[in-house]
Write a protein that binds this ligand. Structure first.
Ligand code: CP
Length: 349
């Protein structure tokens, strides 16, 4: 993992939570930022100040708490394109259902059944979607940085739905909503919100955009993040991602310090010839009942999915009372509704 940009300092992101907006966003000319990126875009979690994170959390909380009829026309007839070059269940479905529950029209373009198969470039695909009236593009792509390229070429708000091994910012936001809810905290983000909380992220850190986005966000709220895994899947440079991060190879020791245990799948599709001894991995890094009750019996258990039951996590833990995994999925809907409103509201949530 190459060192990523360190997160902005806590002091630069003092949180002043604002009341969530209620008006339907209207089509309007939006001033692009100096780099030509639409301010409604979400390309990296690092672009959001803690105030903006708070606004997104507050809007998600409101949208999730009110009857659907209250926001059924908030994005009425707005046109959104879901552009997916990689498989997805949770992210794609939740963005689509979020859009539809706000009254928007969606279209799905997948690399498997479109002119992408014939060699059409990302830029030309984006320009085509824009010409057809798309007002926002939700992009999942296997190349890190591709959302920047698409945002730059189209001028549209682009929401990064996972780019290669880089980032998955909406996942970090839904994970934050889940952590705050499970810890009984207000849906807001200040630089002390997660003081005293340790989150261990365990598994295939090297290939994980979820780990990266969480490691870039959680320390800014005061959390300590422990990255845990074997050398092959957790290179020492990962510690440079942000302040507030430590590395621990011993999963038991990591668990003993943690209030939240976030497990990751080994991304077989990105191993590129790397050989992993799965039996040994399971022995050292699997979250199972024995390990959980011995080392972290009250920790909140999280996993972004998809899970490989029996490898990184056992079914009794994944389905047990400490598991927040289904809650994470549900929170994806609320967070993505808020991100769509923000995208079509010129960047204001
Ligand atoms: N967490 C996540 O990104 O899941 P999907 O790949 O199913 O979207």
């Amino acid at each position: 993992m190459s060192p990523a940009t360190k997160s902005a300092s806590k002091s630069a992101h003092k949180s002043v939570p604002k009341k969530a907006t209620a008006q339907a966003p209207q089509p309007k000319a939006t001033t692009p930022s100096a780099d030509g990126i639409h301010p409604g875009s979400l390309l990296s979690i690092t672009q959001l100040s803690l105030e903006e994170v708070s606004n997104i959390l507050a809007l998600a909380e409101r949208l999730a708490g009110e009857p659907q009829s209250k926001h059924a026309t908030l994005l009425e007839n707005r046109k959104l394109a879901l552009l997916f070059y990689e498989s997805s269940t949770r992210t794609r479905t939740s963005f689509e259902l979020a859009a539809k529950s706000l009254g928007a029209m969606t279209t799905l373009v997948s690399d498997k059944s479109s002119s992408i198969e014939k060699g059409e470039s990302l830029k030309d695909t984006g320009l085509t979607l824009r010409a057809l009236g798309a007002e926002c593009i939700i992009l999942r792509h296997n190349a890190s940085g591709s959302p920047y390229l698409l945002a730059k070429h189209t001028g549209l708000p682009v929401l990064n739905a996972g780019d290669g091994m880089h980032e998955h910012p909406s996942q970090a936001l839904l994970d934050l909503r889940t952590i705050l809810s499970r810890l009984g905290k207000k849906q807001a983000a200040t630089d002390t919100t997660l003081d005293g909380i340790t989150v261990c992220i365990t598994g295939d850190i090297l290939h994980s955009r979820v780990a990266r986005s969480n490691a870039l966000l959680l320390p800014r709220l005061g959390a300590k993040v422990i990255l845990c895994g074997p050398q092959q899947l957790l290179p020492p440079e990962a510690v440079d991602l942000s302040t507030g991060i430590t590395l621990e190879r011993d999963f038991d020791k990591a668990l003993q310090q943690s209030q939240v245990a976030m497990m990751l799948r080994i991304q077989k599709e990105r191993l590129a010839g790397m050989q992993i001894d799965l039996a040994d991995y399971q022995k050292q890094y699997q979250l199972n009942e024995d390990r959980y009750f011995k080392h972290a019996p009250t920790a909140v258990v999280m996993h972004p999915g998809p899970m490989i039951r029996g490898l990184e996590i056992t079914a009794d833990i994944a389905d047990g009372p400490s598991s927040a995994i289904e809650e994470q999925v549900r929170n994806g809907l609320a967070i993505r509704m808020a991100l769509l409103v923000r995208a079509l509201n010129g960047g204001a949530a």
